[in-house]
Design a protein around this ligand. Structure first.
Ligand code: KIV
Length: 263
């Protein structure tokens, strides 16, 4: 997948969309060699790469730096960058400045959380020729309001609200919506009612696609283990084994050998 038009096409053809996060050039290069459809430079970078407890810590400067690193190595993958905490809540002019920064860093689209209160900003971004991905459900930038990383949309009223928000995002011109940590039945209903594709994370199998944090998928940090993560690799085991092997080789004077040295 290399353009925003592919999202609509894949939904029409009933084909699923795969997305992973990436925050740096070397992992973007690996994703570029895979069949994964698109890359999200998520504000989860604040947690995964910088060790913060929530994504509230992400800044525009941080997101721009990660976006340009990923853009340098992601080949023809479609690249979406997250608008960080409050960057789209300070008025349209400030939001457009932030969008400009991320697009100039190499993004092909931006993602932002929620809809209520920033409808005009979304409309302005879309109207300016920048594809916008929505994000509903457990929107991590609102974690302090939710009282933790909790499944959203469980009761009828909450579910109806998320459904209304999804329709509003479609009306505002979003090309796709991430649905995070909501009941599978709600995600399936939203997906069937919308023309644009939904991308799930912790939202069951009824969405048009899935997104996972790369480090979760590779299993490099078993401490981060939400129920919805599937680990495809014991990354932590493999990587620490390699480090211990290197340590042993250095200490046994087995590294470097002559073929690894200059004469
Ligand atoms: O920041 C992020 O990684 C995200 C995805 C998990 C959807 O927003």
């Amino acid at each position: 997948m290399s353009t925003v038009l592919d999202f609509a096409r894949l939904k029409q053809e009933g084909r699923r969309i795969s997305i992973v996060t990436a925050y740096d050039a070397w992992s973007a290069r690996l994703v570029a060699r895979s069949r994964v459809d698109a890359i999200l430079v998520g504000d989860s970078a604040a947690m995964v790469m910088h060790g913060h407890k929530t994504t509230v810590a992400a800044t525009l400067q941080m997101m721009a730096l990660h976006t340009s690193a990923v853009a340098s190595a992601c080949g023809d993958k479609f690249l979406i960058a997250d608008m960080p905490f409050l960057s789209f809540r300070k008025g349209t002019a400030a939001a457009m400045e932030a969008v400009g920064t991320l697009m100039r860093s190499g993004a092909h689209a931006i993602k932002l959380e929620g809809v209520e209160g920033h409808e005009a900003v979304i409309q302005r971004i879309v109207g300016s020729g920048v594809p916008v991905m929505g994000h509903l459900g457990l929107t991590p930038q609102s974690v302090n309001q939710f009282g933790g990383f909790k499944v959203q949309g469980k009761g009828c009223a909450q579910a109806e609200r998320i459904l209304r928000q999804a329709h509003a995002l479609e009306e505002l011109g979003c090309f796709s919506i991430v649905l995070e940590c909501i009941p599978a039945a709600l995600a399936t209903r939203i997906t069937s009612e919308l023309r644009i594709p939904t991308i799930g994370i912790g939202a069951g199998a009824g969405t048009d696609g899935q997104v996972l944090v790369l480090q979760d998928l590779w299993g490099v940090d078993p401490a981060r283990a939400p129920r919805f993560v599937r680990r495809y690799l014991d990354g932590e085991g493999l990587l620490t084994t390699a480090l211990d092997q290197y340590d042993a080789d250095v200490k046994n004077a087995d590294f470097p050998r002559s073929e690894e040295s200059y004469s």
